[in-house]
Design a binder for this molecule. Structure first.
Ligand code: GLC
Length: 418
């Protein structure tokens, strides 16, 4: 994927390494780090790794992970199965600690104290059988991005609250804008069959009152509200969204929106800083807030986020832990929040005045029901369960009947969880 228009090297300097004295003991070690693949995140990784090398003498080779979380999962699975020493530090999705715990270093002895500053629920999520297998790095939740200039142009005073409103507004703006830009679309989101679709569909279903697929160990995926939500999303394909949205990941949606070619977008917080970069065509012309909901229901935002972990097969565990200590430090989280709108997992950093100013959409989070994916109840089998779900949703987006497909998803989930 090419760079979004307006992408620009970040100007701010990364923080010095607070743990340099300890880390220097491992100067000369060489680490391989599976990192942010694209955009501002990749750029932040690059400058922070340079700083780390300068301050500690530890060399880090950056290996961009696949952009697609489901593909990243497969890469790690292969490396761990081979007990490969070719991966030291890695980004770990919030849904994976259960699955990968046996391959990860217990960080509690060295980082347990530092972990106390982080949001407790994330630390708990990353603690498997009493072992802290990953350090919280940033958290995520789904947001609706909207073009404030276009809303005004078409006579709207505020963003849509319900899905019906979103559909009407997207259609009107799309019809109007297409006269001058034929590729303009109303709404972009993540429709490819991968983990991102699981996140989008959870939001649609929860905001229709249809629950969270699996609740307290019970499979609840096939219900009338869920069917209604998915039938609605199917209706967007080829109308307020292009037919191609069914192959979109986060970056496809962002490139379209940031290029000025969409009125609304569902995406994670990282798209906020990127959209406001120096030469971005939409700089200052958009805002982000809660996703729509059905009347009487609440906006939903799927909980995402990434951790940093160290492989058990790493030949350089001590140096690797020092890299994790730096990258997840309050200084680093503050830098990443202000330069890249990555949400801190450290409570004091979340409250920092500069951080609060950089993340204005956080104020709206109080109106959002945060929806976790069912990785607690599925444990190591989460990936299997998510695949069953997003493949079903994908079939529905291609035109199949929600009720029949969700019945099949229910059966697959039952088998996966047995
Ligand atoms: C974001 C989220 C992650 C999620 C992924 C899906 O990266 O942080 O939790 O799994 O998107 O595409």
């Amino acid at each position: 994927m090419s760079e979004a228009p307006g992408e620009k090297a970040i100007k701010a300097q990364p923080p010095a390494v607070p743990n340099a004295a300890e880390a220097k003991r491992y100067a000369g070690s060489k680490l391989k780090y599976y990192s942010e693949p694209v955009g501002v995140g990749a750029e932040l990784d690059r400058v922070m790794i340079q700083q780390f090398h300068k301050d500690t003498g530890i060399e880090v080779t950056i290996i961009p992970r696949p952009k697609d979380a489901t593909e990243t999962y497969s890469v790690y699975q292969r490396l761990f199965q081979a007990q490969s020493g070719d991966i030291d530090v890695m980004m770990l999705d919030v849904i994976w600690p259960g699955a990968f715990a046996p391959n990860l270093v217990d960080l509690s002895e060295k980082l347990g104290e530092a972990a106390k500053q982080h949001i407790e629920s994330i630390v708990q999520n990353n603690t498997v059988d009493g072992k802290l297998v990953a350090m919280p790095w940033f958290t995520d939740f789904g947001l609706l991005y909207y073009r404030t200039d276009l809303l005004e142009k078409y006579g709207y005073q505020k963003p849509p609250e319900t899905w019906d409103e979103l559909e009407q507004m997207a259609k009107k703006i799309q019809d109007g804008e297409r006269a001058a830009s034929p590729n303009f679309v109303g709404f972009v989101w993540q429709g490819k069959a991968y983990e991102g679709l699981t996140c989008n569909a959870l939001e649609w279903i929860a905001s229709h009152g249809g629950g969270a697929i699996i609740e307290e160990g019970k499979i609840t995926v096939n219900n009338p509200e869920a069917q209604k939500a998915l039938a609605r999303a199917r209706g967007w394909v080829g109308s307020i969204s292009s037919a191609g949205v069914t192959s979109y990941e986060e970056e496809d949606a962002r490139n379209t929106f940031q290029g000025g070619n969409a009125a609304f977008m569902r995406n994670w917080p990282y798209a906020y800083a990127a959209g406001n970069a120096e030469r971005s065509p939409i700089k200052g012309k958009f805002a982000a807030g809660p996703l729509p909901h059905e009347p009487g229901q609440k906006s939903a935002g799927t909980i995402g986020g990434w951790q940093l972990a160290v492989s058990k097969f790493s030949p350089n565990k001590d140096a690797a832990i020092e890299l994790v200590r730096y990258m997840t430090s309050p200084e680093a989280q503050r830098f990443r929040a202000t330069a890249g709108s990555f949400l801190p997992t450290i409570r004091s950093v979340q409250q920092d005045a500069e951080v609060v100013k950089s993340l204005p959409f956080l104020a709206s989070a109080k109106d959002i029901a945060l929806v976790p994916r069912p990785s607690n109840s599925t444990g190591a089998r989460y990936n299997e369960a998510s695949i069953a779900f997003f493949q079903g949703v994908s079939q529905i987006l291609q035109g199949k009947e929600p009720k029949a497909v969700l019945g099949q998803v229910e059966q697959r989930l039952t088998r996966a969880l047995r």
